[in-house]
Design a protein. Structure first.
Length: 290
């Protein structure tokens, strides 16, 4: 058995087309254009690349977008004033502060300063709390994207044994909370494994759905996977460069080996990655619709 591929790039394109159509409808019926403000501090190449991709996507979808690029030595209070400016701006429905921030700035203070109703990254404690108790909230983008991949790939989640490897605040904890909710595309029985879990393989081999966000290349091998399981690989690890200088990327799952055991699997790259920015845009649209 060779697993079918769950291609995030294709699912993301489908969702983006839906966003584009709903954006046009929102403009025509209510005169509202979804607005996104992105704030970048410093010149970190990876952060610059992420922000460019977010701005490019926003423009393609017909959003109004603003990009603020600030000096790495900006005062924390000045940054907080800028966040508050966009909190008050009626044209802006989503605010994103690109992480990581310089060491002299308190990351939590900045994230918590964002109006929860404009927190399209889903990191504010108010949105985290709403998510946990099952109330409408902006869901963190990568976990939200994972859930959509499962739903749109026809994976049955209700009653499924779902095991997560990794307990980060960005992926592991939120996807656990999302998938155990009493809701469509959820209702799973959830187990979280982490660096102090004993005999991780005993847990992963029970999984009907295995979500791996371990932060380590090929951490999950074929002998750790139940035959017929659905495997979602969140990891992106650079393991070298080609002769042309192109990065060689692998996931947290031993893809080639696990593909012969699983029923479905996400590739790296082209799996979970394309979903993250897409769900950020969906959150921004939903903020504008509210």
């Amino acid at each position: 058995m060779t697993a079918r591929l769950i291609k995030g790039k294709e699912i993301a394109a489908q969702i983006r087309e839906e966003i584009k159509q709903n954006t046009e409808k929102l403009k025509a019926e209510r005169g509202i254009t979804p607005g996104l403000a992105t704030i970048l501090i410093g010149e970190d190449p990876a952060s610059q690349s992420y922000v460019r991709a977010k701005q490019k996507t926003a423009h393609e979808l017909g959003f109004f977008s603003v990009q603020e690029t600030l000096s790495v030595d900006i005062d924390e209070n000045e940054l907080l004033k800028l966040v508050d400016k966009y909190n008050q701006d009626e044209k802006i429905h989503g605010i994103l502060v690109q992480l990581p921030l310089p060491k002299h700035i308190d990351e939590n203070k900045v994230l918590y300063a964002i109006d929860p109703d404009k927190d399209v990254d889903g990191f504010h404690p108010v949105n985290v709390g709403r998510m946990v108790i099952g109330k409408p909230a902006f869901l963190p983008c990568t976990p939200y994207g994972i859930q959509q991949m499962l739903i749109r790939s026809g994976v049955e989640t209700e009653g499924a044994e779902l095991v997560i490897v990794g307990r980060s605040n960005i992926v592991g904890k939120p996807i656990a909370n999302i998938m155990l909710q009493k809701a469509d595309g959820a209702n799973a029985t959830v187990t979280i494994c982490h660096t102090r879990t004993r005999n991780i393989a005993e847990h992963t081999r029970r999984a009907d759905i295995l979500i791996v966000a371990a932060g380590k290349a090929k951490a999950v091998t074929a002998d750790m996977v139940k035959p017929g399981a659905v495997v979602i690989d969140v990891g992106v690890n650079e393991v070298g460069r080609t002769k042309e200088g192109k990065r060689i990327l692998v996931g947290d799952v031993d893809f080639e080996a696990v593909r012969e055991v699983a029923s479905a699997i996400t590739p790296v790259p082209g799996g979970v990655g394309p979903m993250t920015i897409t769900m950020l845009m969906l959150n921004t649209l939903q903020s504008a619709q509210r």
